[in-house]
Ligand binder design. Structure first.
Ligand SMILES: Nc1nc2c(ncn2[C@@H]2O[C@H](COP(=O)(O)OP(=O)(O)OP(=O)(O)O)[C@@H](O)[C@H]2O)c(=O)[nH]1
Ligand SMILES: [Mg+2]
Length: 334
């Protein structure tokens, strides 16, 4: 089954629990027959050929306009993006259960609906697994043109310079791609995750996490390949070694986080993606909670802050007219 087919089937799992209802366009919303059949009841085709996206019983046609997603009846969507192992699933687990739960790499995608408030309003989190090829990941965005979304982009602060470079490129690529596909973005949050590891010796780590953070424990300069996004690698290497007394470690920690902040901002600004006058969305870099402990999905630091800012950002984004809407108004006035 194709990726899009699996996508439809995945959403079908959620659609099964909701009755048919009206979309903002007055069309009857559809439910998917079920993940097992792979048949989409909305377009009565095999989901392999299905070119529509289903979310809990709401069919969103790919030909819909950019205002479609402001459908007051469908839950707002948040894409969780970032390279493999950056902590996307751990975040969802934290939000859903308040607990840290061991994870497996997400193949393809994961959809989770989370209740936001006592009124029962929800956010649909859509995690796109980082292990897929970029082309496959982007098929996801391709399948949802015209839909407003929010994005939380996860960066593992213990990544090697090469992996960080890849993460910055991915971030820029995803935003550019999303804009080109005419999806409007309500909110973008870049989450600098795993800051607990900046404080602990790498030997205490295990499994996937350890592999990714070993570079922090070595004094050898990291072998550099020619960077595609210009990073201040000299500075990176200088900050790489974490050792010594607790205070020194804390200094290194904030230095590293500051460095990644700067590089992330530069990467975005360089591509003219974060110039407020050119954007129709609000973006921010999330690197610490109110207690200043940094962000760690494992330890639970800053999780509420990330979540709170997302909810606020999404709300503000919904109230803000998108660029495409503004363009339409301008066109009409001419
Ligand atoms: N130390 C530490 N480990 C973390 C943190 N967040 C996630 N991890 C660990 O990192 C590994 C990968 O986390 P996931 O949440 O599965 O990462 P992901 O982004 O969903 O990865 P993919 O699904 O492969 O794209 C797991 O072993 C987690 O336990 C964190 O804040 N600190
Ligand atoms: Mg995952």
């Amino acid at each position: 089954m194709s990726f899009i087919g699996r996508l439809c089937s995945g959403f079908g799992l959620f659609s099964a629990i909701r009755p048919r209802r009206k979309t903002s366009q007055g069309k009857t919303a559809h439910s998917v027959a079920g993940a097992d059949t792979g048949i989409c009841s909305a377009c009565t085709s095999s989901s392999d050929n299905c070119n529509c996206l289903h979310t809990r019983g709401t069919m969103v046609s790919t030909s819909s306009s950019s205002t479609t997603s402001d459908d007051a009846t469908s839950p707002p969507r948040c894409l969780l993006l970032g390279l493999e192992g950056s902590g996307k699933t751990t975040f969802v687990n934290r939000i859903k259960t308040g607990e840290y739960i061991d994870t497996e790499p997400t193949s393809d995608f994961l959809v989770e609906e989370v209740v936001v408030n006592k009124k029962g309003e929800t956010i649909t989190f859509i995690e796109v697994g980082g292990t897929n090829r970029r082309g496959i990941r982007l098929q996801f965005l391709k399948a949802m043109p015209g839909q407003a979304i929010s994005i939380l982009f996860f960066i593992d602060v213990t990544s090697s310079p090469e992996a960080l470079q890849k993460a910055f490129e991915e971030l820029v690529y995803v935003i550019t791609y999303t804009q080109e596909r005419a999806c409007s973005i309500h909110y973008l949050g870049v989450v600098l995750n795993k800051q607990d590891l900046l404080n602990s010796p790498p030997t205490s780590l295990s499994g996937r996490t350890r592999k990714k953070s070993l570079s922090w424990g070595t004094k050898k300069p990291v072998q550099q390949k020619q960077p595609r996004v210009d990073l201040d690698l000299e500075r990176y290497v200088a900050m790489e070694v974490i050792e010594g007394e607790e205070n020194e470690r804390m200094d290194s920690q904030s230095e590293i986080v500051k460095w990644i902040q700067k590089e992330t901002r530069d990467a975005i600004e360089k591509h003219k993606l974060a110039q407020p006058e050119e954007l129709d969305f609000y973006s921010e870099l999330l690197y610490t909670g109110p207690d200043g402990k940094g962000i760690s999905m494992k330890r639970g630091d800053g999780v509420q802050e990330v979540y709170h800012r997302l909810v606020q950002g999404m709300k503000a984004g919904r109230e803000r007219p998108s660029l495409s809407v503004l363009e339409k108004i301008a066109e009409e006035k001419l």
